[in-house]
Structures are given as structure tokens and as C-alpha cells.
Design a protein around this ligand. Structure first.
Ligand SMILES: C[S@@+](CC[C@H](N)C(=O)[O-])C[C@H]1O[C@@H](n2cnc3c(N)ncnc32)[C@H](O)[C@@H]1O
Length: 254
């Protein structure tokens, strides 16, 4: 294993990331953003956060835990900024660079290779629930953000005790615990909301599904694909049952 907290997560965020890049190349560049949004999954959630990051032309923006770069690619296309992607799985970080032409580095959020206050804004989507060391990640996110800069978060929060089977390696915080962690790291938590993960336009969902089908056609027999599918099925069930809530929040660096 490398940096992640379970082999199942390595399959989901590493191997599948490489296969996703391969499938996007086969189907066409128009598939890159929808297929590349792993976890953030909804255009409405990206828009809600982007509207609250106080972005200006030339803003220095970080996407921490960027996956294959779909959200950063969307932000670049929609808001005219050029986010820097940081992502621990090398195949995913490489895909972000190759699919979206964005600067991309292989790094965990707990050890970001940037100087203090290097960014004016940042977001971290679907990441804090995949790592046990949330204080370490939030401290680094605060360190590299300029005073007054905004952090956008998407976190799957546990509404109560979670019924098994749980996805391996995930640690879902409660909402109050999350708010305390954000505040303790030196942020002032502002607006929060619940994301509607089903609000993307039909062509967006259609393209994401087409990429999944292409990956399944090429790698459907691979145990790592089945493992990754099982992981996302488990998260999907917890969301559908209301045991997890897709929480959006914007915090300002104090
Ligand atoms: C659910 S995916 C979300 C990817 C992307 N942010 C998106 O919304 O499409 C979670 C990502 O967090 C990354 N990750 C896991 N542990 C991390 C850590 N400690 N620091 C930064 N990223 C991490 C995984 O490799 C994976 O790419």
C-alpha cells in the first residue's frame, strides 16, 4: 500500500483513476469533467462552492485530494482560474495533468509541498471522510491558505451510527465534530448546505455513465474493479438511506 488507508481505497482512487483516463481517451475529451468528478459528482455542488470562494481572475487556487481532476477542470473551464491539483495517488494526479492540462502534484493533504499562504482559495472535496488524520489535513490546508482566503469543503457526514457493511478505510465525521475540527484548525466556518448529488444535467450523468461502462467493458473482470464498485455501492447505500449526508461548507482562514 502507499499513502491511503485501505487497499480497497487504493483500487478505487488509484487503479480506477488510470482506467478512467484510458476510457475518457477512448470516448472523447467531452467526457473528462463528468467522469473526473469522483465523489463531488454534481455540478450543482461545484457551483455552490465556487460561488462562495471569492474567486477573481488570477486567484491562486488549490484542489487538495483532486482525484483525476474533474472538479478542478470544471473550475478552470467555468471560472477562468488555473487550479493546482494535489492528490496522493500518482495515477490520478497524472490523469489530472494529462486530461486537463493543470499543474498537478502527488501529495497527501497532510504534507502539502507548498509554501505558507501560497493560495487565495482552495477546495477539498470528498477527502476528509477518506482520512483518519483530519486535524493534520486541515492544519496544512490552513497553512497554505492566505489570511482571509476561503476553503470549500464537501464531506460525507454521519447522521448517526452507521449500519454495516461500511466502505473500507473511510472515517465519516459527525457534523458537529467536523465544525469543531474546522474551527480548531484556524478557520471561521461560514455558510453550510446539503448537496443534491443528483442535480447534474442529464448529459453530464450520461457521459459519466458511458465512461463507467467503458471501464467495465475493459476491466470488469478485474477484482480491483469489483472492489471499487463495492466501495461506491456501500457509500451509495448509506447516502440513499440517509445515514450519510453530503455536507457542503465554506470556511474563511482567520
Ligand atoms: C472521493 S475521491 C474525491 C476526488 C475529487 N476530490 C473529486 O471530488 O472528484 C477522494 C480522493 O481523496 C484522495 N485522498 C485520500 N486520502 C487523502 C489524503 N490524506 N490527502 C489528500 N487526498 C486524499 C483519494 O486518493 C481520492 O482521490
Amino acid at each position: 500500500m502507499s499513502e491511503l488507508e485501505s487497499e480497497a481505497m487504493e483500487a478505487e482512487f488509484g487503479d480506477v483513476a488510470g482506467w478512467t483516463e484510458e476510457a475518457v481517451r477512448a470516448l472523447g475529451a467531452g467526457h473528462a469533467i463528468p467522469a473526473g468528478c469522483r465523489g463531488s459528482g454534481s455540478e450543482g455542488a461545484l457551483r455552490w462552492l465556487a460561488d462562495r470562494l471569492a474567486l477573481r481572475p488570477g486567484s491562486r487556487v488549490l484542489d487538495a485530494g483532486a482525484g483525476v481532476g474533474g472538479p478542478a477542470g470544471w473550475l478552470a473551464a467555468d471560472r477562468g482560474v488555473r487550479p493546482v491539483c494535489a492528490e496522493p495517488m500518482h495515477t490520478a494526479a497524472r490523469a489530472a495533468a494529462r486530461l486537463f492540462g493543470l499543474p498537478s502534484v502527488t501529495a497527501v493533504a497532510q504534507r502539502l509541498p507548498f509554501r505558507d499562504a501560497a493560495f487565495d482559495a482552495e477546495w477539498c472535496l470528498g477527502v476528509l471522510c477518506t482520512t483518519a488524520d483530519k486535524p493534520g489535513a486541515l492544519a496544512e490546508l490552513r497553512r497554505v491558505l492566505a489570511d482571509g482566503g476561503r476553503l470549500g469543503l464537501l464531506v460525507f457526514v454521519a447522521v448517526g451510527p452507521l449500519p454495516p457493511p461500511l466502505p473500507e478505510g473511510n472515517e465519516f465525521p459527525g457534523e458537529r465534530e467536523l465544525a469543531e475540527l474546522v474551527t480548531a484548525a484556524g478557520f471561521r466556518l461560514g455558510e453550510t448546505a446539503t448537496a443534491d448529488l443528483g442535480d447534474s444535467p442529464p448529459e453530464w450523468s450520461g457521459r459519466a455513465d458511458a465512461v463507467d461502462a467503458e471501464v467495465a467493458r475493459r476491466h470488469g473482470e478485474d477484482p480491483r474493479w469489483r472492489e471499487a464498485q463495492e466501495q461506491s455501492r456501500r457509500v451509495g447505500r448509506l447516502l440513499a438511506d440517509g445515514a450519510l449526508r453530503p455536507w457542503l461548507g465554506v470556511a474563511e482562514a482567520r
